[in-house]
Design a protein around this ligand. Structure first.
Ligand SMILES: CC(C)(COP(=O)(O)OP(=O)(O)OC[C@H]1O[C@@H](n2cnc3c(N)ncnc32)[C@H](O)[C@@H]1OP(=O)(O)O)[C@@H](O)C(=O)NCCC(=O)NCCS
Length: 172
């Protein structure tokens, strides 16, 4: 399935999700701290030069939609969120995210996941979004719960949370 990337930012209450731009690469590389390396698969050896190439490529990548999480009033960068199509027929996707340290603790991730899920269910023929966290990653589990993801046990070593398509008025 081709993901039609939005032309305009996706607006949440206090955040907006926009396409990554090559000029964001330095910020992205520097924003990742030990907390992010602990809980995500972000490569430590990523450089701004590599990332600029990846940003160029992902804008035409059919199964991956990566967004910068920004503060809606100021436009400043807060973090990263991505939706990845995980199933051959394109009906399942996984959401992944992180916030730079100064952006944590004020609900930005909750709002970002909610906004991305709403856009995905409205725009794509997706039936199910999955969110996988480490068993010790309580902050991410709280985000999953606050957005309305339902716990579904474990997949491998990680906890699985899912959100399924609902009638449009009750989504996320
Ligand atoms: C996960 C993450 C995006 C959440 O950011 P956030 O929305 O700002 O989350 P908060 O800091 O507001 O925390 C969310 C909740 O978890 C709680 N929490 C935060 N850190 C915690 C910790 N170390 N242990 C237990 N609970 C924690 C908060 O009290 C809050 O609870 P509430 O729902 O009662 O308000 C952020 O912590 C992060 O970037 N972590 C590193 C990357 C990561 O883990 N990504 C997800 C991979 S699955």
């Amino acid at each position: 399935m081709l993901i039609p990337l939005p032309r305009r930012p996706l607006l949440g209450a206090a955040i907006a999700l926009r396409m990554w731009e090559e000029d964001d690469a330095e910020w992205y590389v520097r924003a990742r701290d030990e907390v992010i390396f602990r809980w995500t698969k972000e490569p430590r050896d990523l450089t701004a030069a590599i990332l600029r190439e990846e940003i160029e490529r992902y804008l035409i990548h059919p199964t991956y939609a990566g967004f910068a999480i920004t503060d809606a009033p100021s436009g400043s960068l807060l973090g990263n969120i991505a939706l990845v199509i995980t199933e051959a027929e394109g009906c399942w996707a996984e959401v992944m995210y992180w916030l730079a340290a100064p952006a944590r603790g004020r609900g930005a991730a909750t709002e970002a996941v909610r906004t991305l899920a709403r856009w995905a269910f409205e725009t794509l023929p997706i039936e199910r979004i999955e969110l996988l966290t480490d068993t010790d990653n309580e902050a991410s589990q709280r985000v999953a719960g606050r957005v309305g993801f339902v716990p579904r046990g474990k997949r491998g070593e990680r906890l699985l949370f899912i959100m399924t398509r609902k009638p449009r008025s009750t989504n996320a």
